[in-house]
Design a protein around this ligand. Structure first.
Ligand SMILES: [Zn+2]
Length: 322
């Protein structure tokens, strides 16, 4: 049986964006106008949460861009371009083509395809996947913040799309990302090998297990959110909550904050609304899991682009070194 490749040494997907966001220059309307008018400026189209991807279905997928001058048809249907930043002095803008019906979107895509980033991302370079994630997240935010949360009137983009302002009461809003904690719970009480707690959502493929996770609520620290979420979902009390890393997660608008926590005991009391099943697994058992899409595997690890996979594989690799 081939050994499943781990992600323990890999960087986290959708992080590692090497674009210069030009945070100072983008406040200057004249500078932004010059960037948008430049013939070498690139546009990154997003259509209904799908990024325009080159190299699919065969080959190595990469972010596809259109030249700013690629045609009036694109600019006619696109929402106002959102300035993402500079890559080697070339400005890159995201554009939302979601108003197009599918045939027009397909025609505008040309030789490329609009693809769900969760499908293409794991196959892309980290910087390309990160840039697509950034574009997807920004376009999503604009599409869902067209009206003021204070007075209900229309808002409009400012500063190249890095904020929106109400046309009536002038209230401003900024692109948001919702913090979510995700944690690998460990039990190492000296009674046999250490085990980690994995659960499954009933919407996942049969046999797929992953780490517990949940959104941070107002008025709690990240560590408190970890403790609360683990107890709510599994009935397990934890201590020694340790931060391990984070991952942009624009599906649709989160940042995942990865932790490890130690369990006081292994007794489980599951919340059936949140967790269909949860079990304690040893590293050796997880080594036998198949990939997420492996229909022949009875048990499956999370997808390779997720921080859940990183948390699990890192722990498995540590256990094997002991
Ligand atoms: Zn308003």
């Amino acid at each position: 049986m081939p050994v499943r490749q781990t992600c323990a040494d890999a960087a986290l997907h959708y992080a590692g964006n090497d674009i210069d966001r030009a945070a100072l220059q983008r406040k200057d309307p004249e500078w932004l106008a010059a960037q948008l008018a430049h013939p070498e400026t690139l546009l990154m189209p997003v259509w209904r949460n799908r990024n325009l991807i080159a190299g699919m279905p065969c080959g190595a997928p990469a972010a596809a861009t259109l030249l700013r001058t690629s045609g009036d048809e694109v600019t006619a249907v696109a929402a106002e371009p959102v300035f993402l930043g500079l890559r080697k002095a070339t400005a890159i803008y995201a554009i939302d083509l979601s108003v197009c019906e599918e045939p027009l979107a397909e025609r505008l895509a040309g030789d490329h395809q609009f693809v769900d980033l969760r499908l293409a991302g794991p196959l892309m370079s980290l910087s390309e996947a990160a840039l697509c994630a950034y574009a997807r997240g920004m376009v999503y935010w604009h599409r869902h913040h067209g009206f003021c949360s204070n007075c209900g009137r229309a808002t409009r983009p400012e500063q190249g799309g890095q904020m929106r302002q109400c046309t009536a009461c002038k209230r401003t809003s900024f692109p948001r990302t919702d913090p979510a904690v995700i944690m690998l719970v460990i039990c190492d009480n000296g009674d046999g090998p250490a085990r980690c707690l994995l659960g499954r959502d009933p919407r996942w493929p049969s046999g797929a297990y992953s780490t517990l996770a949940g959104f941070v609520e107002p008025g709690e620290s990240l560590e408190e959110a970890v403790t609360r979420e683990v107890f709510e979902e599994s009935g397990v009390r934890v201590h020694d909550v340790t931060y391990l890393g984070s991952q942009p997660w624009p599906f649709p608008s989160s940042i995942m904050l990865g932790f490890r926590a130690q369990a006081h005991s292994m007794a489980l009391q599951l919340d059936p609304d949140e967790v269909e099943d949860a079990q304690w697994f040893t590293a050796a058992q997880i080594r036998q899991f198949g990939e997420w899409g492996d229909r022949n595997a009875a048990l499956k690890v999370p997808r390779r682009d997720s921080i859940a996979r990183f948390l699990i594989d890192t722990w498995v690799a540590e256990q094997e070194r002991l």
